[in-house]
Design a protein around this ligand. Sequence first.
Ligand code: NAD
Length: 494
Amino acid sequence: MTTTTPDWTALAASVQYPTELLIEGEWSAGSTRYEVVSPIDGRIVTEVAMADASDVDRAVASARAAFEDRRWAGMAPADRKDVMVRWAHLVNDHADELAVLTALEMGKPAREAKAIDVRACHRTLRWFGESIDKVLDEMPKVGDSSWAMVEREPAGVVGAVTPWNFPLTLETWKIAPALAVGCSMVLKPAENAPLTALYVAQLALEAGLPDGVLNVVNGLGSVAGAALAGHMDVDIITFTGSTATGRAIMTAAAQSNMKRPYLELGGKGANLVFPDADLDAAAAAAAWAITYNAGQMCTAGARLIVHESVKEEVLTKVLEAMAAAQPANPLEDDAPIGAVASARQLDAIHGIVVEGLGQGGRLLMGGEPVLTETGGSYYPPTVVDGLQPDSLLAQKEVFGPVLTVLPFSSDDEAVRIGNATDYGLASAVWTNDLSRARRVSKALRMGTVWVNCYEEGDLTVPFGGVKQSGFGSDKSLHAMDKFTDLKTTWIELP
Ligand code: NAD
């Protein structure tokens, strides 16, 4: 990856990328086309092919054929590893293009897309690629007269439906483990963020991934996504997105061929700040956790649950840090935060803020769209205090830079508020008391709890939720298990 900073605006004007569907290793026109609109300025970036159900059928048939003839699953593991590692390096070689496409399609600063999303894509492909020839099957001890083998077989054709907030990262979290175990795939990227997916798929072909192993069908969730979720010849559907769509996907899976669904859904994360914590560090992290990616993170620290004795001190520091995180053009290298992903997302964020404030509370910062003269979609850091834990803004996922402040007076109350949503994705505990850190983190019903940090982790640890945040973690070796079936072969020796 180059460490130099390109002229992002110039690159945005010159970058080349595919705009068709990828089926059987060929770029294929869809039934129709649709416009990709940039949230930077509301301009049309390009038109891409849009898949309908018949295009999804073609893509699934291609993935099925690739799976059945074992052109990928049957390749020597070391050779499959080489393809994926080569692909990872190509991602690095094209980091600037991928970063600028991310900025164009969903509005995050290109600088951040390069540092975080492209790096995650590279590392994920490399990590799972390198795992391919290191994961072993089992041979239990069953006595002298028999052999038993427990093998992990690739599960078949995997459908993946992904969102726009970290398009590269979240697609690769599905693609890399599924392909590493030998499955074939059909990816349906978010309708407003297909360009990075198509670019990465193009690099896969260049790296030597056989035709048909990875197919990409851009299109609407209600059409292409639904066709994939309800398809009779897809074995697994893996999804990241909203809880409402997750419910529809689970229903479609059950009503079709009972394919296995894996769902990474919404969240309402929190920073729980205790009086004995490093308050500077806690406040800085709390401000970052709700402004990073313009708050469009399933793990966003959307609630500041802070002990009443330090509330004013922490809040002052949080407001100061958030005030510095104002939106700007994502192609400017020093943009603190970028645009929100679309005009629709902007309306959704503002609608929840207005409705939430209708229940009371004090608006301490933000609360209105900004930079409207650009034609883009920008929402400023927004902080609301004085609401109850069961209020709309303390419960509903906003998916924008909107922080709700909730005081507590005891550890039990902090845990109660922390757990009092339908979600269970991730939260952080801030304390220098190790016993409290352990007690509180254990009591929080979350897939991930960070102690004295936010959003830390690497590929070795699983990422997923409990409750209505879903099930079936991405990342770590556990992610490979998801895309396999256990098969027992029992051999009776003569
Ligand atoms: P979304 O659910 O609207 O869309 C996600 C994907 O699902 C898109 O590709 C969309 O086209 C598709 N889709 C929509 N309707 C569908 C249907 N009926 N059948 C099949 N597919 C359909 O979500 P979004 O607005 O793109 O993303 C934001 C949501 O994603 C938030 O709720 C956020 O918390 C969640 N998210 C979760 C994680 C996680 O790991 N848990 C990570 C990022 C985002």
